[in-house]
Design a protein around this ligand. Structure first.
Ligand code: DUC
Ligand code: ZN
Ligand code: ZN
Length: 511
């Protein structure tokens, strides 16, 4: 037969189109899309029965276990995170490689990435993954710093296909000075590396945390009190100024603050290359969810993340930002910790929170599985404007901004990997279609979900990754797992403006 697999009777939805058509897959690639493929040409047929067919999700913000444990003992290995991803319609995740601080020299970052991919190559991966580089510390002193970093970034791109870095403006041990943020942006601009920014003013966070502790305000809820929306707003504004100074495109991750959104939108209106990611939890949960519930006086700790969940009224600003384009992408910031179980000898990360002090609660919650279903559901509930918008911000834009389009994030015959989701038909009910979210559904290694019991209008029926069905009506197809590390190219959405606030130019532009 001509095609290994044919998806029939689906309604194809991409970031730009919505139309009924059949898809022919050969090997790992999409080979054809046309209004009718004769079943005689198909090795195997998947009948979508009128359901929506989308590209697989790209979740470009996922934390998993690494050789360098920057975030402590997270619950999921890369294998477990990819398993959870495909169970929720995501077929590419971009996780993080942390710097091994014992390494130095021009290939130090490349070596950190290789150590990470070596670890993951021993795991069964259900979908592909890429890596961003987390910069925890810059090598060298004075002006040497930026030149060493320049070399390291050039090499990590050449050696490993890593085209993005993440820098932090908060967290002890990670917080970068403005001076080093400028160094990072200087070297990123030169190498076409996407600069991802965690924007919170770490000094305000530290000051407030100390003061709240002094006053005995220790419960999970006070984590949010210690870092209100202006803390993110200030850092966002400062980072935009630093980026303007360096003429460097930037991307704010996990944006949750109305002040930050206003700053981002103003910068975009002024023509700056400023992009932003938000996460489903900021649109769907609030600081009320960090209070204690169900007779468990520490349950609010499950919903602690940074930036924190915001007051109820902020949610509408998040939906508005998704709909009006202020947010280019949605990522999950999946960062799961075991709340209570000690299964598989795994460590309960919450045990270390001496007397429930919020300072010690591990930051993060699971979300790699639920991102796609929750946002599909948001279209059904008219919170998100259309299914095309859903695909744009969850699949296509992440692939473009992180340099893996059109291999990922689209359905382009001849170019795109056959990473495809077939959703349940909207007008029928199927025995195997979930009606509410339960932790069992998510296939992650974590022992809770913030969305337990939440009603859901759709769920991926078939997840196809590299041409193979890896998830089918609630069941993982373990033997079809073929995930690999993917090298990425440079971003197709960001390039410098060549506009400067003064006569200063980087030396490398003068050559
Ligand atoms: N925020 C979290 O909540 N978890 C992981 C890291 C981060 O920035
Ligand atoms: Zn972050
Ligand atoms: Zn994160």
């Amino acid at each position: 037969s001509t095609y290994d697999v044919v998806i029939k009777n689906g309604i194809i939805c991409t970031a730009s189109d919505f139309y009924p058509a059949d898809i022919g897959i050969i090997g790992e690639k999409i080979a054809a899309i046309c209004d009718c493929i004769d079943p005689v040409h198909a090795g195997e047929i998947i009948d979508a029965e009128g359901g929506i067919v989308t590209p697989g999700g790209i979740d470009a913000h996922v934390h998993v276990d690494e050789p360098v444990k920057l975030l402590g003992d997270v619950a999921d290995t890369m294998g477990e995170a990819t398993r959870s991803a495909v169970a929720g319609g995501t077929t590419t995740i971009i996780a993080f490689a942390s710097q091994d601080l014992s390494l130095t020299g021009p290939h130090a970052l490349s070596q950190s990435v290789k150590n990470t991919t070596d670890m993951y190559s021993k795991q069964r991966l259900y979908c592909d993954y890429g890596l961003h580089m987390i910069l925890a510390r810059l090598e060298g002193t004075g002006t040497a710093t930026r030149d060493i970093l320049d070399q390291q970034l050039e090499n990590v791109y050449q050696d490993c296909g890593v085209s993005s870095i993440k820098v932090f403006m908060t967290y002890p041990g990670l917080q970068m000075s403005d001076y080093n943020l400028l160094n990072a942006m200087y070297a990123s601009r030169k190498n076409g590396i996407t600069t991802m920014i965690h924007a919170e003013n770490g000094d305000i966070v530290r000051w407030m945390t100390e003061s709240l502790e002094e006053q005995g305000l220790l419960e999970p809820y006070y984590h949010g009190v210690s870092r209100p929306t202006i803390v993110e707003g200030e850092a966002t504004n400062r980072a935009v100024t630093l980026a303007r100074t360096m003429d460097n495109p930037i991307l704010f991750v996990h944006v949750s603050s109305p002040e930050a959104i206003d700053t981002i939108r103003r910068a975009q209106t002024a023509g700056l290359k400023v992009y932003a990611e938000t996460c489903p939890q900021y649109a769907l949960l609030s600081d009320e969810d960090t209070k204690c519930a169900h007779g468990d006086d520490f349950a609010g700790a499950k919903n602690i993340c940074s930036p924190p969940l915001r007051p109820e009224e902020v949610k509408q600003a998040i939906w508005r930002g998704m709909n009006n384009g202020s947010f280019t992408i949605v990522g999950s910031d999946h960062c799961a910790y075991l709340y209570s179980s000690k299964e598989k000898g795994k460590h309960n990360a919450f045990a270390k929170c001496e007397n429930g002090r919020f300072r010690y609660i591990p930051n993060g919650m699971p979300g790699v599985c639920t991102r796609m279903p929750l946002l599909f559901d948001a279209v059904m509930r008219n919170r998100l404007s259309s299914l095309m918008k859903f695909v744009e911000i969850n699949c296509t834009n992440p692939a473009k901004i992180y340099g893996c389009y059109p291999q990922k994030g689209g359905l382009l015959p001849g170019s795109s990997d056959a990473d495809i989701i077939v959703w349940y038909p909207n007008d029928k009910q199927y025995d195997l279609q979930p009606e509410v979210i339960t932790n069992d559904l998510l296939e992650h290694a974590c022992d809770y979900t913030p969305y337990e019991g939440v009603e859901i209008k759709n769920w991926p029926r078939f997840t196809i990754a590299r041409g193979k069905v890896v998830y089918k009506e609630g069941k993982l197809m373990h033997d079809n797992a073929r995930g690999q590390y993917i090298r990425r190219k440079k971003s197709s959405l960001s390039s410098p403006n060549n506009a400067w606030p003064s006569e200063w130019r980087p030396a490398y532009d003068k050559k």
